[in-house]
Design a protein around this ligand. Structure first.
Ligand code: IPE
Ligand code: IPE
Ligand code: MG
Length: 250
C-alpha cells in the first residue's frame, strides 16, 4: 500500500526501453477451444484474431518486428483436417493482408521452407512480398513450416554450395556471415521471446536467433493473450538484467 492507502501499481511499461523485436510462440489454441467445448479449429481462428490484435498493439508501441510461430515443421504430424484448417485460415489471412497492408503500412515476411506449400498460397505470399518491398515501417514475420534445426541445415547447405562454387573459402565464415544464410537474414535478434500456453520449451523455434533472448512464459493461452498480457511480458523484460556474459550494469 502507498502512503495514502492507494494500491501500489503493478508497474507500467517504460516506453523508452522497449524491445525492437519480440518473438512469440503462439501456443494453446487447441486447449482454449477444448475448454469451451469447441473444435480445435475455433481455437486457431481465435489465435489468428489475437495475432492481428497483438500486431496492431506492437505497431502502436513502435516495436519494429513481431515474429510469430504459426506452423512448425513438426506440426504436419497433426490430423489432416486440422492441418487443412490452419492452411485455409492462412489463405484467408493473406487475402486480407493483400487488401489492407499497403493502406495500414504493415510489412509481412514469411520464414520457413515455403516450397511445400500449395501453389495458391505461394502466389499469395509472392504478392505480400511485393507489397512489403514497397513500404517501410512495422514488420510482422510469420514462421511457417519453420524449424530452427532445419533453418540451420538449410543455411549450412547454401554456404557449402557457395564454397563449392568458389565464392567463399570455408574458413572465411563468421557468425554474421552465417546469419545472412538464415531465413531471418537482415533481422535483429529478438530481445524478448514469449511463450503463452504453459509449456516451458523452445519447440525448435529460432534456435540460432534466441541465443540471448529474454524468455517469458505464462499459462495464459494464446487466444487470451491480449494487450494487458503483452504489457506484463514487457514489464518483466524491463526488469531483467541483460548481462550477455559480462557483469551487471548496477
Ligand atoms: C498452437 O496451438 C498452434 C499451432 C501449433 C498450429 P496448439 O494447436 O498447439 O494448441 P494446444 O497446445 O494444443 O492447446
Ligand atoms: C509450437 O507449438 C509450434 C507453434 C506454436 C506453431 P506446439 O504445440 O507444436 O509445440 P509442442 O508440440 O507442445 O512442443
Ligand atoms: Mg501446442
Amino acid at each position: 500500500m502507498g502512503l495514502f492507502g492507494t494500491k501500489k501499481s503493478m508497474g507500467q511499461v517504460d516506453k523508452a526501453n522497449l524491445p525492437s523485436h519480440v518473438a512469440v510462440i503462439m501456443d494453446g489454441n487447441g486447449r482454449w477451444a477444448q475448454k469451451r467445448g469447441l473444435p480445435r479449429s475455433a481455437g486457431h481462428r481465435a489465435g489468428a484474431e489475437m495475432f492481428r490484435r497483438i500486431g496492431t498493439y506492437c505497431k502502436e508501441l513502435r516495436i519494429d518486428y513481431l515474429t510469430v510461430y504459426a506452423f512448425s515443421t513438426e506440426n504436419w504430424k497433426r490430423p489432416q483436417d486440422e492441418v487443412d484448417g490452419i492452411m485455409r485460415l492462412l489463405k484467408q489471412y493473406l487475402h486480407e493482408c493483400i487488401d489492407t497492408m499497403e493502406r495500414d503500412r504493415n510489412r509481412l515476411r514469411f520464414l520457413g521452407d515455403l516450397s511445400v506449400l500449395d501453389e495458391e498460397t505461394r502466389a499469395l505470399i509472392c504478392r505480400t512480398d511485393e507489397i512489403s518491398a514497397r513500404i517501410d515501417g512495422f514488420q510482422a514475420n510469420i514462421c511457417l513450416n519453420y524449424g530452427g534445426r532445419g533453418e540451420i541445415v538449410h543455411a549450412a547447405r547454401a554456404f557449402a554450395a557457395d564454397c563449392a562454387a568458389g565464392k567463399y573459402a570455408p574458413d572465411s565464415l563468421s557468425e554474421e556471415g552465417f546469419e545472412r544464410y538464415l531465413y531471418s537474414a537482415g533481422l535483429p535478434s529478438p530481445e524478448l521471446l514469449i511463450r503463452p500456453g504453459g509449456e516451458k520449451r523452445i519447440s525448435n523455434y529460432l534456435l540460432w536467433q534466441c541465443a540471448y533472448s529474454e524468455f517469458y512464459y505464462t499459462d495464459t493461452l494464446w487466444p487470451d493473450f491480449d494487450e494487458r498480457e503483452f504489457d506484463k511480458a514487457l514489464i518483466a523484460y524491463q526488469s531483467r538484467d541483460r548481462r550477455f556474459g559480462g557483469l551487471s550494469r548496477q
